[in-house]
Design a protein around this ligand. Structure first.
Ligand code: ACO
Length: 431
């Protein structure tokens, strides 16, 4: 018999259906509660609200589990690369050899930014925040490719493969161009080379001297992007779904996701970690003094890169990236004093009752900045790299919304706490 939950309000009981996910997660379906009782569910910030069902990513924060389409993140990190994982996240299955080749070709064919679009860059101050530039320029894709951005689910889905490949590939190119623009360097055109190598080529090539990425460098970037490919219903992904639910096209929805990611509480944490490590270093501390300050409960001295809204155990991505960080720096022959500080902080926190009792463990951002720094990526570009990595997850979520035959526009309700009704006061009678 189907399970139900019972909710008693005053003298009336309401039977609510129970929904179960494929991994056994349970939810009480309250969709009909308002119609039947007049009550809504109140859950500020949606912390305990399932806003959708989804087949893309499974995340169990209590047990430190992350799987895309069923595949554990640890296996993907070990055996896959960013482009293959992007395909998996978007299309639901690992690609066959031919599918992988065709996908790669589509990405390469759609990597360039046309001259007309390049002029958009010139409209920005050269110290504009990179994420502000990125969200604006990605939104402009809808204007440049109107045939792929009709705001009709049916038509946009017919062109989905091309739009998705364009979004992934061009977002990466735009990211590199933002870096070049801000540094007063001429743009470098994409080449017919793999995805990450191409990004590094467009970032770091010099006049008459092509940048050719060392295999370790390309591998590290691949891992970094792969680990960010999707993360269930986080702020930016839910934003993409919300905007997409109005039948807004893929590019417009992605631009909204980029804007959501730009906030320091979401995509900006990796920058905050680097600033914290640099400050500790500049003050001649090895982390010992800072870890004490971090226990004060004061938000300004929090141990950045520790704690997570949903992981109450370790963040599985942090484990992978922490190990990779050590290896990448060793292979590149880089001795970064910030890595030593990070290790000290981690070791001290993992022995300290303050952090253990609050279930505060390193998150993905704790080590990602150190890897990016080793690759030569400046701190103000960190969130752009995050956005390039997260694009597949946003695209897959947009597609899921667009493909639901009975989908409805996302439209939560609220509890109003403002003034009750009152009469309009003419200007001469106010104050
Ligand atoms: N350092 C020190 N103390 C902390 C930290 C931290 N990083 N994080 C939480 N705490 C403490 C709080 O002071 C609070 O203590 P109290 O119970 O004595 O009052 C307790 O732990 C619970 O804190 P909350 O803020 O309620 O935890 P929440 O789960 O809401 O916050 C968050 C999660 C925002 C990630 C928080 O841990 C934090 O600010 N971390 C640092 C920033 C960071 O790394 N963000 C990246 C997240 S990952 C991502 O977005 C990709």
């Amino acid at each position: 018999m189907a399970k139900t939950a019972s909710l008693q309000i005053d003298d009336k009981a309401y039977n609510l259906p129970v929904i179960q996910g494929t991994e056994g997660e349970m939810a009480v379906d309250t969709r009909r509660l308002r119609a039947e009782s007049g009550y809504i569910c109140f859950d500020q910030g949606y912390g305990n609200t399932g806003s959708c069902d989804s087949q893309i990513t499974y995340l169990d924060g209590d047990n430190g589990i992350l799987r895309h389409r069923g595949y554990p993140i640890e296996q993907l990190a070990e055996h896959s690369d960013f482009v293959e994982t992007a395909y998996l996240v978007i299309y639901g299955e690992l690609p066959t050899e031919k599918q992988r080749r065709d996908f790669g070709t589509l990405l390469r064919k759609n990597a360039a930014i046309e001259t007309q679009m390049q002029r958009i860059f010139e409209g920005f101050p050269d110290d504009a925040p990179p994420m502000a530039m990125l969200s604006s320029i990605v939104a402009s894709l809808a204007a440049h490719y109107p045939e792929l951005a009709t705001n009709s689910f049916e038509k946009d889905l017919q062109n989905f493969d091309l739009a998705a490949a364009m979004a992934i590939s061009k977002l990466r190119t735009i990211g590199a161009m933002i870096y070049r623009y801000q540094n007063g360097m001429p743009y470098v055109h994409p080449k017919d080379i793999p995805f990450c190598e191409n990004f590094l080529h467009m970032m770091f090539s010099e006049p008459y001297k092509d940048y050719v990425a060392e295999p370790e460098v390309a591998k590290a970037l691949n891992l970094l992007l792969l680990l960010h490919a999707d993360h269930e219903q986080n702020c930016s992904t839910s934003t993409v779904r919300m905007v997409g639910s109005s039948a807004a096209n893929l590019f417009t929805s992605l631009s909204a996701g980029i804007s959501a990611l730009s906030g320091p509480l979401h995509g900006g944490a990796n920058t905050a970690v680097m600033n914290m490590l640099q400050m500790i270093h500049d003050e001649g501390d090895d982390g010992t003094r800072f870890i004490e300050a971090a226990k004060s409960g004061n938000k300004s001295t929090r141990l950045m890169g520790f704690g997570h809204a949903v992981y109450r155990n370790f963040d599985p991505r942090a484990k992978i990236i922490g190990e990779a960080c050590e290896k990448v720096l060793a292979k590149l022959g880089i001795e970064d004093p910030l890595l030593a500080i990070a290790r000290n902080l981690e070791q001290a926190a993992l022995k300290d009752d303050y952090f253990l009792s609050r279930k505060l463990y390193p998150n993905v951002d704790f080590y990602s900045g150190i890897i990016m720094r080793a690759l030569g990526i400046p701190v103000n570009m960190f969130t752009v790299i995050f956005a390039i990595g997260r694009a597949p997850g946003w695209i897959a979520n947009w597609r899921e919304v667009a493909s639901q035959p009975k989908g409805r526009i996302y439209r939560p309700r609220q509890i109003y706490t403002g003034p009750v009704t009152r009469d309009y006061v003419p200007m001469d009678k106010r104050g």
